[in-house]
Design a protein around this ligand. Structure first.
Ligand SMILES: Cc1cc2nc3c(=O)[nH]c(=O)nc-3n(C[C@H](O)[C@H](O)[C@H](O)COP(=O)(O)OP(=O)(O)OC[C@H]3O[C@@H](n4cnc5c(N)ncnc54)[C@H](O)[C@@H]3O)c2cc1C
Length: 390
């Protein structure tokens, strides 16, 4: 039976960050980083990595991770006839997860984590520790095993609102080079959008996703048709199509206390307006790793979850409340259209909305004023018809 101070279930961005957070706090810790897959491995994703992700990684000593990648400095938002094309304050990266996740796992290994290939089926919490599959014992476990988390299910926690998205790789047409394009659907419950993110190597990550309202969901054929309708030509020459669920965050997010901590998608943390989840995964992973190391150093591993919950909430609130409100506001189209009009009129409103969608921004006074003004200046096409005099 292997005994570890910390076992991390899942070696995606959340799990690798948890190992990095723990080892940065306590370099001698015995940390096992478990994953059913060998790395490099693919993961359905838009591959958009916000610069704020790199800020968080620098805090645990990981720098220069994407220095060889081409940053993308423009973001274009399209809905119907409206087209907002602006420079972003800080460029993002578009990095195939095959590359990004493998680099993070290597960074965790270099920091001292032991990377093991293991598919987790069963997690049991005892008075003295946690047992995984009758094979692995650990004082603390971090559940970082993604949207279908076995660890989360073992804790008996329900799943919340989900989105479904499909992505592929296709040649970038000239008009979409050097940019991240997001084209919102019309007549659908929002968020529902297609994207084309230039990777900088002749290919774009293209895809379509929408929030699910009730059981079932669109088929792969429907998702592909919606992508092509919103971004004509985006699917041409496409390969590597892969879909996955996204567990969207809510206003009342609270992780469980105890020896088992949940991070990233396993904790139900994907931005409900943008579908971005890597920032939350890396942030909560680092906070959880640090909290586990501190609880272990204090000789109170069963307090790790409480410390993590406090620190993670301090990091992510009130942002999570603001995204929950924003996702309700944009559910029907007019507020989303107003957001696009306000972004077209004021670079700072655009910047604030990008921060809300990618990291831990808020619905600032500037955004709310911009939305209010844009809603009052309704497009002629969406104004109600004049009353007929009888
Ligand atoms: C189509 C799509 C597009 C997206 N686009 C973006 C984007 O552009 N930018 C962005 O920031 N976010 C995006 N997201 C969200 C993002 O992919 C996730 O939020 C992010 O991957 C979460 O990281 P994680 O480490 O929590 O989980 P994951 O990345 O899912 O990693 C979980 C790991 O756990 C392992 N695992 C699972 N079960 C077990 C088990 N039983 N035993 C052992 N190992 C296990 C898996 O092999 C995997 O390596 C997108 C999601 C989808 C589906």
């Amino acid at each position: 039976m292997a005994a570890w101070d910390l076992a991390v279930a899942g070696a995606g961005p959340a799990g690798a960050a948890a190992a990095l957070g723990a080892l940065h706090e306590a370099p001698g810790l015995r940390v096992a980083l478990l994953d059913r897959a060998g790395f490099p491995r693919d993961k359905a994703c838009g591959d958009g990595v916000a610069p704020q992700v790199l800020d968080r990684l620098a805090e645990v000593g990981v720098t220069g991770l994407l220095d060889d990648r081409v940053p993308v400095g423009r973001l274009r938002l399209v809905r119907g006839g409206r087209d907002v094309d602006r420079a972003v304050v800080r460029p993002s990266y578009v990095v195939p997860r095959r590359i990004f996740d493998a680099r993070l796992v290597e960074a965790a290994r270099a920091a001292g984590a032991t990377v093991l290939r293991h598919r987790i089926r069963d997690v049991r919490i005892g008075d003295d520790g946690v047992r995984i599959d009758d094979e692995i014992d650990a004082a603390v476990v971090v559940g970082a095993d993604g949207a279908r988390s076995v660890v989360r299910r073992g804790l008996g926690l329900p799943t919340g609102t989900r989105a479904l998205a499909l992505r592929g790789y296709a040649p970038v047409p000239a008009a979409r080079r050097g940019t991240q394009v997001i084209a919102f659907a019309r007549g659908a419950v929002q968020p529902a959008y297609a994207w084309s993110f230039d990777r900088g190597d002749g290919l774009a990550n293209v895809g379509y996703g929408e929030v699910l309202r009730g059981p079932g969901g669109p088929t792969r054929t429907q998702l592909l048709a919606r992508l092509e309708a919103l971004l004509p030509g985006a699917t041409r020459g496409g390969t590597d199509w892969r879909g996955h669920h996204l567990p969207l965050s809510g206003a009342r997010w609270r992780p469980p206390a105890g020896r088992v901590l949940l991070v990233g998608d396993a904790a139900g943390l994907v931005n409900p307006i943008s579908g971005e989840g890597i920032y939350y995964a890396v942030s909560t992973g680092i906070v959880a790793g640090r909290a586990a190391a501190r609880a272990l150093a204090a000789g109170r591993p069963a307090d790790a979850g409480r410390g993590y919950g406090r620190d993670a909430r301090a990091h992510l609130f009130p942002h999570l409340r603001h995204t929950a409100v924003a996702s309700r506001l944009i559910r029907a189209g007019p507020v989303l259209d107003a957001g696009l009009r306000a972004s077209a009129g004021d670079q700072r409103v655009f910047d604030d909305l990008v921060e809300l969608a990618l990291a831990r921004g808020r619905l600032t006074a500037r955004v709310l004023r911009g939305l209010g003004a844009a809603l009052l200046r309704t497009d002629p096409g969406t104004r109600p018809p004049p009353l007929q005099e009888s």
